[in-house]
Ligand binder design. Structure first.
Ligand code: NAD
Length: 291
């Protein structure tokens, strides 16, 4: 048990996979747990399992793209538990397609859930975090796809880049409040992600199909999935320590450091090249001051 014991944790996407594993994790720390999910029975299942293990728990069916629904959930949490110490904005939906084939409706859905839904979640629960005594943490689920992007997942990659950027800014903006922000970068997990994304897809987008061609490209460019897949429980096994320490970044698992480093080296090299060119008198100007 840590000093989180007796506090309250809220987890979106808490009905399944990584969210359900996070819910169990906070319960294991002696916290009360709120599971929110667009799939209300799944969220209720998580809460019921937690209660069976002796954890005080609430659940609600909430679409994170709907700020009003999140506000209702936050009011219920405030009335029941008073304040919140940990908020996990964990929902993300996946969609495979070439960028050129994405419709505006699909962009709107995926960015609305993954990006705006993350901001909606933080905004709904921030007053309850600020009202809490003791440790206060925000945990945002991004993806390894936001540091090692790959084809046919464009809308998802863009959304997770946005989550990572949102987290980096939020961390700076909340530092003075003593609220930490940890970004989680999962690699492939044995969850229901593709299935739940299809189920949560708005009906006005029409039926989605998982095309073999897209799956083959994603599989061949996303690392060796057979090696990388792990369980959600294993993925969060070091998370409490990272969050409690206020670590900014948490990678669940994987073996793709070379690709990550190569991308960052290319960015560094481009920046260094700019610096060298602008410092070169033959360019006809002096180096500007650093920013
Ligand atoms: N599974 C992977 O391989 C993988 C890899 C990298 C990142 N992630 C990220 O991990 C997070 C959790 O995914 P998971 O793998 O546990 O999938 P999951 O399907 O097991 O859980 C996702 C949950 O989110 C819920 N959900 C979907 N849309 C929602 C909405 N609009 N509002 C509220 N709830 C909604 C689903 O009903 C589901 O219960 C996501 O952000 C995902 O992008 C997953």
């Amino acid at each position: 048990m840590s000093d989180l014991a007796g506090g309250t944790a809220v987890v979106t996407g808490g009905g399944s996979g990584l969210g359900a594993a996070m819910a169990q994790l906070w319960a294991g720390e002696g916290m009360r747990v709120v599971a929110l999910d667009i799939d209300a029975p799944a969220a209720a299942g998580t809460a019921e399992a937690l209660r069976a293990g002796g954890t005080e728990s609430l659940s609600a069916g909430v679409d994170v793209a709907d700020p009003a629904a999140l506000d209702v959930a936050a009011a219920q949490v405030r009335d029941t538990f008073g304040s919140v110490n940990v908020v996990c904005a964990n929902v993300g939906v996946q969609h495979f397609d070439k960028l050129e084939d994405l419709t505006p409706e699909t962009w709107h859905w995926v960015l609305g859930v993954n990006v705006v839904g993350t901001a909606n979640t933080v905004n709904a629960f921030l007053p309850l975090l600020r009202a809490a005594d003791g440790p206060r943490h925000i945990v945002l689920t991004s993806s390894v796809a936001s540091v090692i992007p790959s084809p046919r997942q464009g809308v998802y990659v863009v959304s997770k880049f946005a989550v990572t950027g949102y987290a980096d800014v939020l961390r700076q903006e909340l530092a003075a409040d003593g609220i930490t922000v940890t970004t989680v970068f999962p690699s492939g997990m044995l969850t229901n992600h593709l299935g739940s994304s299809l189920a949560a897809r708005p009906s006005n987008l029409g039926p989605a199909e998982l095309r073999d061609d897209d799956i083959a490209v994603v599989s061949s460019t996303s690392g060796d999935l057979a090696v990388e897949l792990t369980t959600a429980e294993d993925a969060v096994s070091r998370l409490v320590a990272a969050v409690a320490a206020g670590e900014p970044y948490y990678f669940t698992h994987g073996d793709r450091l070379d690709e990550l480093v190569a991308r960052h080296r290319a960015i560094e090299a481009a920046y260094a090249s700019m610096r060298a060119a602008r410092a070169d008198p033959s360019e006809g100007r002096s180096a500007p001051s650093d920013r």
